[in-house]
Design a protein around this ligand. Structure first.
Ligand SMILES: Nc1ncnc2c1ncn2[C@@H]1O[C@H](COP(=O)(O)OP(=O)(O)OP(=O)(O)O)[C@@H](O)[C@H]1O
Length: 254
């Protein structure tokens, strides 16, 4: 059903996630539809990273149900869950790049989820589809860096390598955990524009993106919807252009 874009990309029903005696998320109901660009706002510890980990199937809820692309990750076997996760692209705060290898190898890792294990291993030594790798690097402005060692790139450039890897993965849902917190305003805007493009290449009418941010102006400019989390609960859920000062006060006033 979701291939046709009919059902929600994400459906959370009464979801909780407890760590020890602390609820990181409590009683959350949330649908995200194809084409939405959702900004997650909230102070440190509000539950944004926990929510994103539930949305890529890497964390299980302790209560309620998580449905991603019409499937329940907790009911899938390991192989089926990996197939589902290959359809979801995540940019973590720590980027998960292998620093010592050339940029092309990090980018090429984006398609490993779509390959057999043998092909994936072979491609780590003899990369295939170099034109495609070059293409996505050019798309993020790093055409020159194909053969550079990843560790030689700046923080902003490494960020764009991680996005090029996503472009190659062609995910149906893009998740990003504070992808612009260390970037200057111009680069932050560029990264958000690129994340939006990752979804657009799917040929869908519009991308589906969930991104945690600390900058309300970026949420207004790049997202369609803004969700505020406070102490693991949804404090507001509004159209991004309607995000106002009083919403932010709900989140950030101690
Ligand atoms: N693996 C874990 N073990 C124990 N507690 C955890 C774990 N992960 C998150 N928490 C707790 O859950 C709560 C929510 O954390 P989370 O990282 O989701 O917040 P956040 O909004 O992403 O914060 P930040 O903006 O600082 O990244 C916090 O109290 C945190 O300490």
């Amino acid at each position: 059903m979701n291939e046709a874009g009919a059902g929600p990309v994400v459906r959370l029903t009464r979801v909780s996630r407890r760590f020890g005696d602390r609820d990181a998320l409590a009683d959350l109901d949330l649908d995200v539809h194809r084409g939405e660009r959702v900004a997650l706002l909230g102070s440190s510890g509000a539950g944004k990273s926990t929510l994103l980990a539930l949305l890529n199937g890497s964390l299980r809820p302790t209560g309620g149900t998580v449905e991603l692309l019409d499937q329940r990750p907790d009911l899938l076997g390991a192989r089926a869950r990996r197939r589902l996760q290959a359809r979801i692209g995540t940019v973590h705060q720590r980027l998960d790049l292998v620093e010592q290898v050339r940029v092309l190898h990090n980018v090429n890792a984006g398609r490993l989820g779509r390959m057999s294990t043998a092909t994936a291993l072979r491609s780590l030594v003899w990369p295939t589809g170099m034109a495609e790798v070059r293409g996505v690097l050019e798309q993020v402005g790093l055409g020159w860096a194909v053969h550079e060692r990843t560790e030689r790139l700046s923080g902003g450039e490494r960020q764009r390598v991680a996005i090029a890897r996503l472009l190659l993965q062609r995910p149906e849902l893009v998740l990003a955990d504070e992808p612009v917190s260390s970037l200057d305003p111009a680069r932050a805007a560029e990264v958000l524009r690129l994340l939006t493009e990752v979804g657009q290449q799917q040929g869908a009418a519009a991308p589906t993106l969930v991104v945690s941010l600390h900058q309300p102006a970026l949420a207004r400019a790049h997202c369609t919807r803004a969700i505020g989390l406070r102490e693991g609960r949804i404090a507001f859920d509004v159209a991004a252009p309607d995000l106002a000062e009083h919403h932010l006060e709900e989140l950030y006033v101690l």
